[in-house]
Design a protein around this ligand. Structure first.
Ligand code: PAD
Ligand code: ZN
Length: 379
């Protein structure tokens, strides 16, 4: 029986308060309004940003809320005026949507749309209302996606149609983690062949950065993590060396500077800790190193630097979603997965049902996951 135009009852993981387990319950998902799309979510990665929000690391978060922003699925129905997709289309949901009209979207160097909900976490559709409720009580959306629900509704700008043959339980990672790590190497730092790179933090983001450094032809790729269990996978994906700062008698930046004969050409911080950001900057070559921040620190933390780190010739930059313009660039990344140029399956370290989602959060809190994928439905 068609569900078009009707409220769908389905299960979702709801966050009711900071630092409390998510509760999997039956919710109501309203039909899409004009220029909106309702999607059956098939798979969603758990990104550290979900944990960051749940643990109070962001400046605001409105409860109750359905988290999750790294998902892929199948269009169930569309509201009036939708032209980008039709029911049955396979899609990636966009936590970094682009309206293609605002100053940021029109700038060639930006992907940070004025209408996205990143960091603001207002938690509504563009019309400032929600499509989720539980027993009549409103639930907030998250990062224009809310993928920890069997069905979600998104504004038309927060969706990207992809090839129907793409494995949704892998390409969901293109929605955030993979693109962020891979793109910062490719688009932001533009790593050149024959260079040295150091990647701090070997979770989903860091491992994706490692893959990109290898594809870019870097010849020394150093992975840094306090969890040595990450090292075999990091070496499989391209690291030539792995270092655990806890095993070092000297500060990690000195170790990296020695290993790279004067400092790495490129550094990437994929953790979200300001002390590690400083170490990463100092690990790059003082005269020409490119230091790149990806990790998101607690919103009250501040990075305090000796300006001489930069005046000697280093550059420092941050990137959001690897500088990809998601709606334009994601189909190409999906093609690269399908032609096996990119092995996204290598990043998936566990798959869990929605009922076990809190186990996935435990894995990410303990720095144990590369990527955990929550399976919500069938492709
Ligand atoms: P993750 O938790 O899967 O991985 C973090 C890794 O860092 C783990 O392997 C930890 O063991 C390791 N680690 C923790 N502390 C240290 C330390 N002091 N020294 C060395 N290693 C350490 O996270 P993730 O890969 O999902 O996300 C990483 C960060 O990137 C996180 O801050 C997230 O919020 C941010 C992010 N940024 C963007 C963006 O667009 N800039 C997008 C998505 C995620
Ligand atoms: Zn993310």
């Amino acid at each position: 029986m068609s569900t078009t135009g009707k409220v769908i009852k389905c299960r979702a993981a709801i966050a009711y308060e900071f630092n409390k387990p998510l509760v999997v319950e039956e919710i109501e998902v309203a039909p899409p309004k004009d220029h909106e799309i309702r999607v059956k979510v098939v798979a969603s990665g758990i990104c550290h940003t979900d944990e960051h929000a749940l643990s109070g690391g962001m400046a605001s978060l409105n409860f109750p809320v359905i988290l999750g922003h790294e998902g892929a699925g199948i269009v169930e129905s569309v509201g009036k005026g939708v032209i980008k997709v039709k029911p049955g289309d396979h899609v990636i949901l966009l936590c970094s949507p682009m309206c293609m009209k605002c100053k940021a979207c029109l700038h060639e160097n930006s992907n940070f749309c004025e209408k996205n909900d990143v960091g603001k976490n207002v938690g509504f559709m563009l019309d400032k209302t929600s499509r989720f409720s539980i027993k009549g009580k409103m639930i907030h959306h998250f990062m224009t996606t809310s993928t920890f629900s069997e069905y979600t509704v998104v504004d038309e700008f927060a969706i990207c149609r992809i090839d129907k043959d793409a494995p949704l339980d892998q390409v969901c990672l293109i929605g955030c983690g993979f693109s962020t790590g891979f793109g910062t190497v490719m688009n932001t730092a533009k790593v050149k062949p024959g260079t040295s790179c150091v990647i701090f933090g070997l979770g989903g983001i860091g491992m994706s950065a490692v893959m990109a450094c290898k594809i870019s032809g870097a010849t020394k790729i150093i992975g840094v993590d306090i969890n040595p269990d990450k090292f075999p996978k990091a070496k499989e994906l391209g690291c030539t060396d792995c270092v655990n700062p806890k095993d070092c008698k000297k500060p990690i930046d000195q170790i990296i500077t020695e290993m790279t004969n004067g400092g790495a050409d490129y550094g990437f911080e994929c953790i979200g800790k300001v002390d590690v950001m400083e170490s990463m900057i100092k690990s790059t070559n003082y005269a020409y190193g490119s230091a790149n921040i990806i990790g998101v620190p607690i919103f009250t933390d501040r990075l305090c630097l000796d300006v001489m780190y930069l005046l000697t010739g280093r550059s420092l930059q941050g990137a959001f979603l690897g500088d990809y313009k998601a709606c334009l660039d994601f189909p190409g990344l999906v093609s690269d997965v399908m032609s096996r140029k990119i092995d996204l399956g290598a990043l998936v370290t566990s798959r869990l049902s929605l009922d076990k989602i809190n186990e996935g959060f435990e894995l990410i809190r303990g720095g144990k996951a590369v990527r955990t994928v929550v399976m919500l439905g069938k492709q």
